[in-house]
Ligand binder design. Structure first.
Ligand code: PLP
Length: 392
Protein backbone atom coordinates (compact mmCIF):
# COMPACT_ATOMS: atom_id res chain seq x y z
CA UNK A 1 0.00 0.00 0.00
CA UNK A 2 1.39 3.34 -1.02
CA UNK A 3 -0.14 6.67 -0.20
CA UNK A 4 -0.27 9.56 -2.64
CA UNK A 5 3.04 11.12 -1.61
CA UNK A 6 2.21 14.30 -3.50
CA UNK A 7 0.14 15.25 -0.46
CA UNK A 8 3.38 15.47 1.50
CA UNK A 9 4.50 18.25 -0.84
CA UNK A 10 1.62 20.48 0.23
CA UNK A 11 2.57 23.40 2.40
CA UNK A 12 0.56 23.61 5.58
CA UNK A 13 -1.75 26.55 5.38
CA UNK A 14 -1.16 28.60 8.48
CA UNK A 15 -2.83 31.73 7.15
CA UNK A 16 -6.24 31.62 8.80
CA UNK A 17 -5.12 29.64 11.85
CA UNK A 18 -2.34 32.18 12.53
CA UNK A 19 -4.82 35.03 12.15
CA UNK A 20 -7.21 33.32 14.60
CA UNK A 21 -4.36 32.74 17.08
CA UNK A 22 -3.17 36.35 16.94
CA UNK A 23 -6.72 37.67 17.33
CA UNK A 24 -7.36 35.35 20.31
CA UNK A 25 -4.15 36.54 22.01
CA UNK A 26 -5.06 40.17 21.40
CA UNK A 27 -8.59 39.66 22.79
CA UNK A 28 -7.21 38.07 25.92
CA UNK A 29 -4.83 40.97 26.53
CA UNK A 30 -7.38 43.65 25.53
CA UNK A 31 -10.82 42.38 26.56
CA UNK A 32 -12.36 45.87 26.32
CA UNK A 33 -11.28 46.52 22.69
CA UNK A 34 -13.90 46.09 19.96
CA UNK A 35 -12.33 44.08 17.15
CA UNK A 36 -13.58 44.67 13.60
CA UNK A 37 -13.00 41.84 11.12
CA UNK A 38 -12.43 42.90 7.54
CA UNK A 39 -10.56 39.75 6.64
CA UNK A 40 -13.38 37.33 6.00
CA UNK A 41 -14.09 35.92 2.56
CA UNK A 42 -17.52 34.70 3.58
CA UNK A 43 -20.81 36.50 3.07
CA UNK A 44 -22.76 37.76 6.08
CA UNK A 45 -26.16 38.80 4.71
CA UNK A 46 -28.90 36.13 4.80
CA UNK A 47 -30.45 34.39 1.80
CA UNK A 48 -32.94 36.42 -0.24
CA UNK A 49 -36.54 35.94 0.99
CA UNK A 50 -37.66 34.50 -2.34
CA UNK A 51 -34.85 31.91 -2.16
CA UNK A 52 -35.98 30.91 1.34
CA UNK A 53 -39.56 30.56 0.05
CA UNK A 54 -38.33 28.27 -2.75
CA UNK A 55 -36.46 26.12 -0.22
CA UNK A 56 -39.58 25.76 1.94
CA UNK A 57 -41.76 24.92 -1.05
CA UNK A 58 -39.25 22.34 -2.32
CA UNK A 59 -39.00 20.80 1.16
CA UNK A 60 -42.79 20.44 1.21
CA UNK A 61 -42.69 18.75 -2.20
CA UNK A 62 -40.18 16.24 -0.85
CA UNK A 63 -42.68 15.27 1.85
CA UNK A 64 -45.47 14.40 -0.59
CA UNK A 65 -45.35 11.16 -2.54
CA UNK A 66 -46.50 12.63 -5.85
CA UNK A 67 -43.80 15.32 -5.86
CA UNK A 68 -41.04 13.50 -3.95
CA UNK A 69 -37.68 13.35 -5.77
CA UNK A 70 -35.07 10.64 -5.49
CA UNK A 71 -31.81 10.69 -7.44
CA UNK A 72 -31.81 13.56 -9.89
CA UNK A 73 -29.75 13.99 -13.06
CA UNK A 74 -26.05 14.13 -12.06
CA UNK A 75 -25.51 17.19 -14.21
CA UNK A 76 -28.45 19.07 -12.68
CA UNK A 77 -32.18 19.54 -13.28
CA UNK A 78 -33.25 21.07 -16.54
CA UNK A 79 -35.13 23.90 -14.80
CA UNK A 80 -31.90 25.26 -13.31
CA UNK A 81 -29.74 24.69 -16.37
CA UNK A 82 -32.34 26.50 -18.48
CA UNK A 83 -32.33 29.43 -16.03
CA UNK A 84 -28.53 29.62 -16.26
CA UNK A 85 -28.67 29.41 -20.05
CA UNK A 86 -31.07 32.41 -20.05
CA UNK A 87 -28.77 34.29 -17.65
CA UNK A 88 -25.90 33.83 -20.12
CA UNK A 89 -28.05 34.91 -23.05
CA UNK A 90 -28.58 38.27 -21.32
CA UNK A 91 -24.82 38.76 -21.66
CA UNK A 92 -25.15 37.76 -25.34
CA UNK A 93 -23.45 34.44 -24.63
CA UNK A 94 -25.12 31.45 -26.22
CA UNK A 95 -24.63 28.29 -24.12
CA UNK A 96 -26.59 25.06 -24.62
CA UNK A 97 -28.26 23.39 -21.66
CA UNK A 98 -26.06 20.30 -21.98
CA UNK A 99 -22.96 22.47 -21.73
CA UNK A 100 -23.95 23.44 -18.17
CA UNK A 101 -23.18 21.18 -15.18
CA UNK A 102 -24.61 21.94 -11.73
CA UNK A 103 -22.40 21.24 -8.73
CA UNK A 104 -22.18 21.88 -5.01
CA UNK A 105 -19.90 24.86 -5.63
CA UNK A 106 -16.97 26.12 -7.64
CA UNK A 107 -14.32 24.79 -5.27
CA UNK A 108 -15.29 21.16 -5.87
CA UNK A 109 -15.42 21.54 -9.64
CA UNK A 110 -12.13 23.45 -9.79
CA UNK A 111 -10.50 20.50 -8.06
CA UNK A 112 -12.47 17.73 -9.78
CA UNK A 113 -11.98 19.01 -13.34
CA UNK A 114 -8.34 17.96 -13.07
CA UNK A 115 -9.49 14.32 -13.34
CA UNK A 116 -9.94 14.76 -17.08
CA UNK A 117 -6.41 16.07 -17.70
CA UNK A 118 -3.20 14.12 -17.94
CA UNK A 119 -0.68 14.43 -15.12
CA UNK A 120 2.08 15.52 -17.48
CA UNK A 121 0.44 18.85 -18.26
CA UNK A 122 2.21 21.98 -17.09
CA UNK A 123 -0.03 24.33 -15.15
CA UNK A 124 0.22 28.12 -15.15
CA UNK A 125 -1.12 29.85 -12.05
CA UNK A 126 -1.06 33.59 -11.36
CA UNK A 127 0.70 34.62 -8.17
CA UNK A 128 -0.94 35.76 -5.89
CA UNK A 129 -4.17 33.79 -6.23
CA UNK A 130 -6.88 31.68 -4.58
CA UNK A 131 -4.73 28.83 -3.13
CA UNK A 132 -7.00 25.99 -4.33
CA UNK A 133 -5.55 26.06 -7.86
CA UNK A 134 -2.05 25.39 -6.57
CA UNK A 135 -2.90 22.80 -3.93
CA UNK A 136 -5.14 20.68 -6.18
CA UNK A 137 -2.33 20.43 -8.72
CA UNK A 138 0.29 19.65 -6.09
CA UNK A 139 -1.96 16.80 -4.93
CA UNK A 140 -1.94 15.42 -8.47
CA UNK A 141 1.82 15.96 -8.88
CA UNK A 142 1.61 18.34 -11.83
CA UNK A 143 4.34 20.80 -12.66
CA UNK A 144 3.27 24.32 -11.70
CA UNK A 145 4.70 27.53 -13.07
CA UNK A 146 3.65 31.00 -12.01
CA UNK A 147 2.60 34.16 -13.84
CA UNK A 148 3.76 37.13 -11.81
CA UNK A 149 0.97 39.49 -10.86
CA UNK A 150 2.31 42.73 -9.46
CA UNK A 151 1.85 46.46 -9.28
CA UNK A 152 3.42 47.06 -12.69
CA UNK A 153 0.82 44.91 -14.47
CA UNK A 154 -2.02 45.96 -12.15
CA UNK A 155 -2.07 42.38 -10.77
CA UNK A 156 -3.35 41.24 -14.18
CA UNK A 157 -0.53 39.26 -15.83
CA UNK A 158 -0.65 38.71 -19.59
CA UNK A 159 0.69 35.70 -21.50
CA UNK A 160 4.38 35.41 -22.26
CA UNK A 161 5.00 33.74 -25.62
CA UNK A 162 8.24 32.30 -24.31
CA UNK A 163 6.46 30.39 -21.55
CA UNK A 164 4.79 27.15 -22.57
CA UNK A 165 1.97 25.68 -20.50
CA UNK A 166 -1.08 23.46 -20.98
CA UNK A 167 -3.55 24.48 -18.29
CA UNK A 168 -4.04 28.15 -17.40
CA UNK A 169 -5.97 29.45 -14.40
CA UNK A 170 -7.59 32.85 -14.64
CA UNK A 171 -9.69 34.33 -11.84
CA UNK A 172 -11.50 37.56 -12.73
CA UNK A 173 -12.60 39.45 -10.66
CA UNK A 174 -9.67 38.12 -8.74
CA UNK A 175 -9.40 36.77 -5.24
CA UNK A 176 -7.41 38.20 -3.47
CA UNK A 177 -6.56 41.27 -5.59
CA UNK A 178 -10.02 42.32 -6.83
CA UNK A 179 -8.43 43.11 -10.20
CA UNK A 180 -10.62 42.50 -13.28
CA UNK A 181 -9.47 41.68 -16.81
CA UNK A 182 -10.70 43.81 -19.70
CA UNK A 183 -11.94 42.08 -22.85
CA UNK A 184 -8.62 42.96 -24.49
CA UNK A 185 -6.66 41.32 -21.67
CA UNK A 186 -8.74 38.15 -21.79
CA UNK A 187 -8.48 38.07 -25.58
CA UNK A 188 -4.69 37.85 -25.23
CA UNK A 189 -5.08 34.77 -23.01
CA UNK A 190 -7.61 33.20 -25.39
CA UNK A 191 -5.30 33.80 -28.36
CA UNK A 192 -2.37 32.33 -26.43
CA UNK A 193 -4.41 29.24 -25.45
CA UNK A 194 -5.62 28.66 -29.01
CA UNK A 195 -2.13 29.07 -30.44
CA UNK A 196 -0.49 26.80 -27.86
CA UNK A 197 -3.25 24.19 -27.64
CA UNK A 198 -3.70 25.06 -23.96
CA UNK A 199 -6.87 25.17 -21.93
CA UNK A 200 -8.08 28.05 -19.73
CA UNK A 201 -9.87 27.31 -16.47
CA UNK A 202 -11.79 30.55 -15.92
CA UNK A 203 -13.04 31.19 -12.40
CA UNK A 204 -15.95 33.64 -12.52
CA UNK A 205 -17.03 33.20 -8.88
CA UNK A 206 -17.17 36.99 -8.40
CA UNK A 207 -18.66 38.00 -11.76
CA UNK A 208 -21.79 39.44 -10.12
CA UNK A 209 -19.69 42.29 -8.69
CA UNK A 210 -18.85 43.64 -12.15
CA UNK A 211 -20.76 46.85 -12.72
CA UNK A 212 -19.45 47.94 -16.09
CA UNK A 213 -20.85 46.70 -19.40
CA UNK A 214 -17.35 47.10 -20.80
CA UNK A 215 -15.83 44.43 -18.54
CA UNK A 216 -16.44 40.74 -19.31
CA UNK A 217 -18.53 38.70 -16.83
CA UNK A 218 -17.80 35.53 -18.78
CA UNK A 219 -14.81 34.41 -20.80
CA UNK A 220 -17.26 33.36 -23.51
CA UNK A 221 -17.75 37.03 -24.30
CA UNK A 222 -14.35 36.66 -25.97
CA UNK A 223 -14.25 35.25 -29.49
CA UNK A 224 -12.63 31.84 -29.63
CA UNK A 225 -13.06 31.11 -25.91
CA UNK A 226 -15.53 28.29 -26.55
CA UNK A 227 -12.66 26.41 -28.19
CA UNK A 228 -10.25 26.77 -25.29
CA UNK A 229 -11.98 27.57 -21.97
CA UNK A 230 -14.01 26.00 -19.19
CA UNK A 231 -15.87 28.43 -16.92
CA UNK A 232 -16.64 27.95 -13.23
CA UNK A 233 -19.26 29.93 -11.41
CA UNK A 234 -20.97 29.87 -8.07
CA UNK A 235 -24.01 31.08 -6.18
CA UNK A 236 -21.82 31.56 -3.08
CA UNK A 237 -21.01 35.23 -3.43
CA UNK A 238 -23.77 35.98 -5.97
CA UNK A 239 -26.61 34.93 -3.70
CA UNK A 240 -25.13 34.10 -0.30
CA UNK A 241 -24.98 30.33 -0.92
CA UNK A 242 -21.67 29.72 0.89
CA UNK A 243 -23.53 27.49 3.35
CA UNK A 244 -26.26 26.34 0.96
CA UNK A 245 -23.77 25.10 -1.68
CA UNK A 246 -24.45 25.39 -5.38
CA UNK A 247 -22.38 26.30 -8.42
CA UNK A 248 -22.07 25.51 -12.11
CA UNK A 249 -19.44 24.73 -14.67
CA UNK A 250 -19.68 25.35 -18.40
CA UNK A 251 -17.88 22.97 -20.74
CA UNK A 252 -18.63 23.97 -24.36
CA UNK A 253 -19.14 21.10 -26.80
CA UNK A 254 -16.77 22.83 -29.22
CA UNK A 255 -13.93 22.35 -26.74
CA UNK A 256 -12.14 19.42 -28.31
CA UNK A 257 -8.67 18.17 -27.38
CA UNK A 258 -6.88 15.30 -29.10
CA UNK A 259 -10.10 14.55 -30.97
CA UNK A 260 -12.14 14.21 -27.76
CA UNK A 261 -14.86 16.65 -26.66
CA UNK A 262 -14.09 17.63 -23.07
CA UNK A 263 -17.83 17.98 -22.44
CA UNK A 264 -18.13 14.21 -22.96
CA UNK A 265 -15.24 13.48 -20.58
CA UNK A 266 -16.63 15.76 -17.88
CA UNK A 267 -20.11 14.25 -18.24
CA UNK A 268 -18.58 10.79 -17.82
CA UNK A 269 -16.58 11.95 -14.81
CA UNK A 270 -19.58 13.54 -13.14
CA UNK A 271 -22.00 10.68 -13.82
CA UNK A 272 -19.43 8.27 -12.38
CA UNK A 273 -18.23 10.16 -9.30
CA UNK A 274 -21.03 12.62 -8.47
CA UNK A 275 -24.72 12.12 -7.72
CA UNK A 276 -26.03 15.61 -8.15
CA UNK A 277 -27.01 18.58 -6.00
CA UNK A 278 -30.11 18.26 -3.76
CA UNK A 279 -33.39 19.15 -5.46
CA UNK A 280 -34.13 21.62 -2.67
CA UNK A 281 -30.87 23.48 -3.29
CA UNK A 282 -31.39 23.54 -7.04
CA UNK A 283 -34.86 25.02 -6.50
CA UNK A 284 -33.26 27.65 -4.27
CA UNK A 285 -30.73 28.43 -7.03
CA UNK A 286 -33.51 28.63 -9.64
CA UNK A 287 -35.24 31.27 -7.49
CA UNK A 288 -32.10 33.43 -7.74
CA UNK A 289 -32.89 33.94 -11.44
CA UNK A 290 -36.52 34.98 -10.95
CA UNK A 291 -37.27 38.69 -11.33
CA UNK A 292 -37.74 39.07 -7.59
CA UNK A 293 -34.68 36.91 -6.87
CA UNK A 294 -32.50 39.09 -9.08
CA UNK A 295 -33.80 42.25 -7.39
CA UNK A 296 -33.17 40.86 -3.91
CA UNK A 297 -29.69 39.48 -4.55
CA UNK A 298 -28.69 42.73 -6.24
CA UNK A 299 -29.62 44.61 -3.08
CA UNK A 300 -27.17 42.46 -1.13
CA UNK A 301 -24.44 42.83 -3.75
CA UNK A 302 -25.02 46.58 -3.68
CA UNK A 303 -24.62 46.57 0.11
CA UNK A 304 -21.25 44.83 -0.16
CA UNK A 305 -20.22 47.07 -3.06
CA UNK A 306 -20.93 50.18 -0.98
CA UNK A 307 -18.79 48.74 1.82
CA UNK A 308 -16.06 48.18 -0.76
CA UNK A 309 -16.35 51.79 -1.89
CA UNK A 310 -16.02 53.02 1.70
CA UNK A 311 -12.78 51.07 2.03
CA UNK A 312 -11.48 52.06 -1.41
CA UNK A 313 -12.28 55.74 -0.81
CA UNK A 314 -10.31 55.59 2.44
CA UNK A 315 -7.26 54.21 0.62
CA UNK A 316 -7.69 56.88 -2.04
CA UNK A 317 -7.88 59.68 0.55
CA UNK A 318 -4.72 58.42 2.24
CA UNK A 319 -2.82 57.96 -1.03
CA UNK A 320 -2.41 54.24 -0.40
CA UNK A 321 -1.98 52.15 -3.57
CA UNK A 322 -4.74 49.56 -4.07
CA UNK A 323 -6.56 47.46 -6.65
CA UNK A 324 -10.09 46.07 -6.54
CA UNK A 325 -13.04 47.44 -4.63
CA UNK A 326 -14.84 48.69 -7.73
CA UNK A 327 -15.96 45.48 -9.42
CA UNK A 328 -15.05 43.20 -6.56
CA UNK A 329 -15.69 42.70 -2.84
CA UNK A 330 -11.92 42.70 -2.25
CA UNK A 331 -9.56 45.62 -1.75
CA UNK A 332 -5.90 44.76 -2.19
CA UNK A 333 -3.65 47.43 -0.80
CA UNK A 334 0.04 48.06 -0.57
CA UNK A 335 1.15 48.02 3.05
CA UNK A 336 2.19 51.58 3.97
CA UNK A 337 5.81 52.37 4.87
CA UNK A 338 7.06 49.21 3.17
CA UNK A 339 5.76 47.05 5.98
CA UNK A 340 5.60 43.31 5.39
CA UNK A 341 2.11 41.74 5.19
CA UNK A 342 2.34 40.25 8.67
CA UNK A 343 3.88 43.39 10.23
CA UNK A 344 0.99 45.37 8.81
CA UNK A 345 -1.47 42.80 10.16
CA UNK A 346 0.02 43.21 13.65
CA UNK A 347 0.12 46.98 13.30
CA UNK A 348 -3.59 47.23 12.43
CA UNK A 349 -4.61 44.75 15.10
CA UNK A 350 -2.54 46.30 17.87
CA UNK A 351 -3.32 49.94 17.06
CA UNK A 352 -6.90 50.00 15.80
CA UNK A 353 -8.19 46.45 16.45
CA UNK A 354 -8.94 45.88 12.75
CA UNK A 355 -8.31 42.45 11.23
CA UNK A 356 -7.46 41.89 7.56
CA UNK A 357 -5.67 39.18 5.60
CA UNK A 358 -1.91 39.32 4.93
CA UNK A 359 -1.23 39.13 1.19
CA UNK A 360 1.74 36.82 1.75
CA UNK A 361 -0.79 34.03 2.37
CA UNK A 362 -1.76 34.07 -1.33
CA UNK A 363 1.66 33.64 -2.93
CA UNK A 364 5.13 35.17 -2.91
CA UNK A 365 4.01 38.26 -4.84
CA UNK A 366 1.44 38.92 -2.12
CA UNK A 367 4.20 39.89 0.31
CA UNK A 368 3.93 43.57 1.19
CA UNK A 369 0.21 43.65 0.34
CA UNK A 370 -2.96 43.20 2.34
CA UNK A 371 -6.55 42.14 1.61
CA UNK A 372 -9.60 43.86 3.10
CA UNK A 373 -13.07 42.56 2.33
CA UNK A 374 -16.45 44.20 2.04
CA UNK A 375 -18.52 41.31 3.37
CA UNK A 376 -18.83 42.84 6.84
CA UNK A 377 -21.44 44.99 8.52
CA UNK A 378 -21.84 48.57 7.17
CA UNK A 379 -21.42 50.40 10.48
CA UNK A 380 -18.42 48.31 11.43
CA UNK A 381 -16.82 48.94 8.03
CA UNK A 382 -17.34 52.68 8.50
CA UNK A 383 -15.91 52.56 12.01
CA UNK A 384 -12.90 50.51 10.88
CA UNK A 385 -12.15 53.11 8.20
CA UNK A 386 -12.53 55.98 10.68
CA UNK A 387 -9.95 54.28 12.88
CA UNK A 388 -7.75 53.67 9.82
CA UNK A 389 -7.86 57.35 8.80
CA UNK A 390 -6.66 58.42 12.25
CA UNK A 391 -3.75 56.00 12.06
CA UNK A 392 -2.33 57.20 8.73
N1 PLP B 1 -13.23 30.59 -6.52
C1 PLP B 1 -12.75 31.64 -5.84
C2 PLP B 1 -11.84 32.60 -6.51
C3 PLP B 1 -13.10 31.83 -4.50
O1 PLP B 1 -12.61 32.87 -3.81
C4 PLP B 1 -13.96 30.90 -3.88
C5 PLP B 1 -14.35 31.04 -2.47
O2 PLP B 1 -13.93 31.84 -1.71
C6 PLP B 1 -14.42 29.82 -4.63
C7 PLP B 1 -14.04 29.70 -5.94
C8 PLP B 1 -15.26 28.76 -4.01
O3 PLP B 1 -16.59 28.95 -4.26
P1 PLP B 1 -17.68 27.92 -3.76
O4 PLP B 1 -18.22 28.43 -2.46
O5 PLP B 1 -18.69 27.93 -4.86
O6 PLP B 1 -17.06 26.58 -3.61
Amino acid sequence: MNINKNYLNLQDSYLFSTIAKKVAEYTQLNPDKKIIRLGIGDVTLPLAPTVVEAIKKAADEMGVQSTFKGYGPEQGYSFLREAIKKYYSKKSVDIAEDEIFISDGAKSDLGNILDIFSLDNTVLVPDPVYPVYVDTNIMAGRKIIYADANESNGFLPLPDENVKCDIIYICSPNNPTGAVYTKEGLKKWVDYALKNDAIILFDAAYECFIKSEELPNSIYEIEGAKNCAIEFCSFSKTAGFTGTRCGYTVVPKSLIKQGTPLNKLWLRRQTTKFNGVPYIVQKAAEAVFSELGQKQIKENIQYYSENAKIIADTMESKGIWYTGGKHSPYIWLKCPNNMSSWDFFDYLLNNIAVVGTPGAGFGKNGEGYFRLTSFGDRNKTIEAMERFKKLF
